[in-house]
Ligand binder design. Structure first.
Ligand code: UDP
Ligand code: MG
Length: 318
């Protein structure tokens, strides 16, 4: 059985289309499906719209989280409840086509433990598109390619990999790269990412925090850069100081008498520049400390308020 884990947050307008695409997939696919839907604290009628559509699937689970915990936590909640031999992560907004799942399953049956879907093209334009592209470049540079470039959460993992992910204690989740971190045989399938139905639910704030989680949990480069910046700035400062001392000494012996070293401007610029750099560096170090602090607190990643499931799923578990 293949489990499809889908997080939903205020997706009321899109769930009808999602379930009808999944229903077509279920009828055509040569493998049984388990739907694991996670309502991530929706404040609209997502769960009410969803509930009557579910009984046409023999195996389904609907997990209600106690509040909005964020996309990655919702995926993790679904993963923890999935019982399939392989688990597929799929966003609810149909930007990633469910029709690609049979191809992923074929690669998995041929031996791949992780199948990652990579975007040949994406519809996001403007600032969002620029930031997404920038993130993928920086992430690749900083981590040495911890995950395939232009991949996202859409993908399949074998139950062995799923078990490894479940055993991770990490609170700062970045599942696309965690999934590939364990190694094993990995494959890529390509697709064109479609436009979204409805408004993006990953707001800029959530996207930026997600990107930082990814970067900080897979790279220590920002910290190393601070050391490097310190070294370069100290070297420049040393050179400048040497020149000033040389001029002062030369003036003492009667040379360069007409040369006036500009004091205040140089000092003000240097102090402001260094103050800015130091605060920036402290901020970066603070981000790492905050993440380490969050890990040490060991708070749960999500809270399940209640779970509904089909009778077939209940029998499977007993
Ligand atoms: N989502 C969620 N909780 C959140 C934000 C988003 O469960 O706090 C879900 C959302 O319902 C969708 C998926 O995460 O199924 C991806 O969200 P979105 O399409 O807005 O993100 P993007 O396509 O920009 O990555
Ligand atoms: Mg989307």
């Amino acid at each position: 059985m293949i489990s499809i884990v889908i997080p939903l947050w205020n997706e009321e307008e899109g769930v009808g289309a999602l379930l009808s695409r999944l229903s077509e997939l279920r009828e055509a696919a040569p493998f049984p499906l388990e739907l694991v839907l996670v309502d991530d604290g929706s404040t609209d009628k997502t769960a009410e719209t969803l509930a009557p559509l579910l009984p046409s699937f023999p195996h389904w689970k609907l997990i209600h989280l106690s509040r909005n915990f964020g996309q990655q936590a919702a995926y993790r909640a679904g993963l923890d409840c999935a019982t399939g031999d392989a688990v597929v992560f799929l966003d609810a907004d149909l930007q990633d086509p469910p029709e690609l799942i049979p191809e992923m399953v074929r690669r998995w049956e041929a031996g791949a433990k992780v199948v990652v879907a990579c975007r040949q093209s994406r519809p996001e334009r403007g600032l969002r598109g620029v930031l997404l592209n920038l993130f993928h470049r920086v992430f690749k540079l900083a981590t040495g390619g911890a995950m395939p470039e232009n991949s996202g959460t859409f993908g399949l993992m074998d139950r062995v990999v799923a078990q490894h992910v479940r055993a991770l204690p990490e609170v700062n989740l970045f599942l696309p790269a965690l999934r590939t971190w364990f190694g094993y045989q990995q494959e890529i399938v390509w697709y064109h990412r479609a436009a979204r139905t409805g408004q993006p639910k990953q707001t800029f704030r959530k996207l930026i925090s997600y990107a930082w989680d990814g970067l900080t949990s897979f790279s220590e480069w920002p910290l190393k850069l601070i050391g490097l910046a310190g070294l370069v700035i100290s070297a420049l400062g040393f050179c400048y100081a040497s020149v000033l001392i040389f001029i002062k000494a030369a003036q003492f012996f009667g040379f360069f008498r007409d040369l006036i070293v500009m004091g205040f401007t140089t000092l003000a610029v240097a102090v402001l520049f260094m103050g800015g750099i130091q605060l920036l560096c402290l901020g970066i170090i603070g981000e790492y400390i905050a993440r380490a602090y969050r890990e040490t607190k060991q708070r749960p990643i999500y809270i399940v308020e209640r779970m509904e499931q089909s009778s077939a799923s209940r029998t499977d578990e007993s």
